[in-house]
Design a protein around this ligand. Structure first.
Ligand SMILES: *[C@@H]1O[C@H](CO)[C@@H](O)[C@H](O)[C@H]1NC(C)=O
Ligand SMILES: *[C@@H]1O[C@H](CO)[C@@H](O)[C@H](O)[C@H]1NC(C)=O
Ligand SMILES: *[C@@H]1O[C@H](CO)[C@@H](O)[C@H](O)[C@H]1NC(C)=O
Length: 712
């Protein structure tokens, strides 16, 4: 009986504590709420209506924010699309993870949004974890999680012994497919394609408070937090474009190469013979452009210029407004069965105001919470109507489902001049993973104790008829712990019919390999561009310093510049290896390039036809090598190519074979010599690789003084 009494006392004490809390927050709950947890499976939603702007700060500037929302209600999933304009939302409550583990959260929204998650149940410990945008111009399609770098959080360790306070802030202006979605994945940050929308099926949601019986003036319970009060600038790190942020690709050349003898014989040999190379017939002038296609890349390298992707351009391949047809409205989830009689599910404590001290939750209080005890009703889904009916009441609580649409995966590799892609197209994640897994299996069958550290870069080239070529760039760890770089071309044959066993037919494309030691020559013709030449010399000095690459040579051909002594500047520079040639006559790009090419003695070195006015990353030498494959007397060939066709890398031997620059036809102005060279390169049976390169820019410049005439 003593024990019994103790238990009673303890229960009484707990009831008392709860009552104090409730009184403090002026919140009264009915017994029903307590028993059945009516506010489990929901989160608080506060609507701030009729307020323009598309940044989250514009919402914070609203005088009624955060204490006097127009509407206070709840939602059952973190995926809302009210189909309204000029409003802001604040969603908050608790997340209860189903299991201990690492979670990655992702956000998609139109327009800007923020996801805040506390390190525990206290609103005091909120941290900004992911966001869409900062300036108001950023938005995503529904379910598009890879447009911006910061849409995904880092990996966050959560325990199912506690619940976590969270907040979502959305600001929608007056156009686009308004929505906000929070998705979660238990996979690592590198692989996040299988994201689930946060809803009570996967992740128990709790309201922070039940507001249904409260008056608009009852505001003491409304959390005032970092999310509701701090400005963007405080939380969001510098505003450099995503492409300029660190990426393992940019410095991968510094990682020592794996001994290539370890890689030989892993895969069976196969003949590399793409169906799209030209076999002994002549092209019409400039027809070569039709024979070039794009390579795919993985992981996202953020070369995409997102500001160019409006809802109506080709990126989404969907007509404006028709994102709706991919969004299924859900009838809110409700739990049918009552929790098992023995379970003691309690509502979350109603700790609220930022000033209130928040008690830690005893694990035992949450110990019985389990998703399994809930019998969720199947949601009824229907496609979201395209036109929101303005007479209808806004569906603030309308939630929806959306599949991961993989907008990136819908991109075509065809070059379409009318519909410019704004960045690299991406390989589907599941595909890359299957390939890399299969390759590492082969590797581990032969060598023991190696592990895959990470996929740094994969470039895929698709031959619709024969199969796919992959450049695998993997960081691998030797048994001893040393990290090494594996960078190799492999081929996945298209098997017809597909093999019954789901094995990938990987093979080694004989002869198709790149040479890490190949000498790279930058060839640049100049005339009277002193400022740009000084800049180039400085950039090349830095390049040599950063890479320590001794197999690099700069070749400048100079049409008697009068504005600087280039020869002297080169001699004084810290560039260890360069060649200089003075030329007579007017500036002719083709002749200038060819004169430079003629200085190269070794046919097995790489010519990079370059230009002034270009900013390049220090990985450029490595990039050029990786994407130049010298044509053997057999069939394996390739070359590297960037913007336009004026900058290109090709082995000297191959360039000689196709006849070099056309100096006869193209003299005193740009007149399509790049495209003409492309025709001959393709006619030579070579293959062009084309993709966007990180941190590779063309500076704005005038053409004044460069060419003799002004027509260019
Ligand atoms: C918490 O997660 C662990 C696994 O991490 C699991 O074994 C346990 O059953 C979970 N507890 C509850 C109450 O869900
Ligand atoms: C690579 O491995 C082979 C065979 O083990 C060895 O003979 C060779 O010296 C190694 N090369 C380098 C550069 O370590
Ligand atoms: C939406 O509904 C359609 C048909 O009802 C279904 O085929 C589709 O898979 C649903 N999409 C999602 C994301 O639930």
């Amino acid at each position: 009986t003593r024990l019994f009494l103790h238990k009673r006392l303890f229960t009484l004490y707990k009831l008392h504590r709860l009552t104090v809390q409730l009184v403090k927050s002026r919140l009264w709950l009915s017994l029903g709420d307590l028993m059945f947890g009516n506010y489990m499976g929901q989160a608080n939603l506060h609507v701030f209506d009729e307020w323009c702007g598309s940044t989250t700060d514009s919402l914070r500037n609203n005088v009624h924010f955060p204490l006097h929302p127009h509407i206070r209600t709840t939602v059952k999933a973190l995926a809302v699309a009210p189909q309204q304009i000029n409003y802001g939302l604040r969603i908050f409550g608790y997340l209860h993870p189903p299991a201990d583990g690492e979670y990655v959260f992702a956000l998609s929204s139109h327009d800007n949004s923020e996801l805040w998650l506390s390190s525990d149940q206290s609103p005091l410990n909120l941290l900004l974890r992911a966001w869409v945008g900062k300036t108001g111009a950023e938005w995503t399609a529904p379910g598009e999680y890879d447009k911006f770098l910061h849409q995904t959080s880092t990996s966050i360790r959560l325990s199912n012994q506690t619940r976590y306070f969270f907040e979502v802030i959305l600001k929608q202006n007056n156009q686009g497919t308004d929505h906000v979605v929070v998705a979660v994945s238990t996979q690592s940050r590198q692989t996040i394609s299988f994201l689930n929308i946060v809803e009570s099926r996967h992740f128990l949601l709790f309201c922070s408070t039940d507001e249904s019986s409260l008056m608009i003036g009852d505001i003491a319970h409304i959390p005032q937090t970092a999310a509701s009060h701090e400005r963007n600038n405080v939380q969001k790190p510098n505003s450099a474009p995503d492409m300029q942020r660190e990426d393992p690709r940019d410095t991968f050349y510094q990682v020592p190469m794996i001994n290539s003898t370890l890689l030989s014989g892993l895969l069976p040999d196969c003949v590399y013979k793409p169906s799209y190379t030209i076999n002994g017939y002549k092209l019409e002038r400039y027809q070569g452009l039709d024979y070039v296609h794009l390579s795919y890349i993985y992981p996202n390298d953020h070369t995409r210029l997102t500001h160019l992707d409006t809802e109506t351009t080709c990126y989404y391949r969907i007509k404006p407004q028709s994102f709706n047809s991919y969004m299924n409205v859900t009838k809110p989830l409700v739990h049918k069965g009552k929790p098992a009689a023995h379970s003691t599910i309690k509502p979350p404590k109603t700790e609220v105001h930022i000033e209130d001290k928040v008690d830690a939750v005893e694990p035992s209080e949450l110990g019985d919470l389990s998703l399994d005890q809930w019998d969720w009703e199947e949601p009824i889904v229907q496609s979201m109507p395209v036109e929101a009916n303005s007479n209808e009441k806004t569906k603030w609580t309308q939630t929806f489902k959306i599949n991961n649409l993989g907008y990136q995966g819908q991109q075509s590799h065809a070059l379409n001049m009318k519909c410019r892609l704004t960045g690299n197209i991406q390989i589907q994640e599941a595909e890359v993973q299957a390939i890399v897994e299969a390759y590492m299996d082969k590797f581990n069958q032969t060598h023991r104790g190696w592990t895959l550290e990470r996929m740094v870069n994969v470039v895929m080239n698709v031959d619709v008829r024969n199969g796919k070529r992959y450049l695998l760039e993997l960081e691998v760890r030797e048994e001893s712990g040393v990290l090494l770089r594996l960078s190799q071309y492999i081929y996945a044959l298209k098997s017809t019919p597909s093999p019954p066993e789901k094995q990938l037919k990987l093979c080694n494309p004989v002869g198709f390999r790149w040479t890490p030691e190949a000498v790279v020559h930058f060839v640049i013709p100049v005339k009277n561009q002193a400022r740009w030449v000084h800049l180039l010399i400085r950039d090349v000095e830095n390049l040599v310093k950063d890479t320590g690459d001794l197999n690099f040579n700069l070749i400048l051909t100079d049409f008697k510049s009068t504005d600087m002594n280039i020869e002297e500047a080169l001699a004084k520079s810290k560039i260890p290896r360069y060649q200089y040639k003075k030329l007579n006559g007017n500036f002719e790009r083709s002749r200038g390039l060819q004169e430079g090419i003629n200085l190269i003695k070794d046919p097995h070195s790489i010519v990079f036809l370059f230009d002034l006015h270009i900013r390049f990353p220090s990985s450029i030498i490595d990039l050029i090598r990786k994407h130049c494959v010298e044509a053997s007397p057999m069939d394996a060939r390739g070359l590297w190519e960037v913007q336009g066709f004026g900058l290109l890398g090709i082995y000297k031997s191959d360039l000689d074979r196709v006849g070099g620059m056309n100096t006869r036809e193209f003299k005193d102005r740009w007149g399509g010599e790049d495209w003409e060279l492309l025709d001959r390169i393709l006619e030579g049976g070579l293959e062009v690789e084309r993709f966007y390169m990180r941190n590779f820019y063309h500076h704005f410049h005038t053409k004044r003084g460069m060419w003799m005439s002004n027509h260019s």
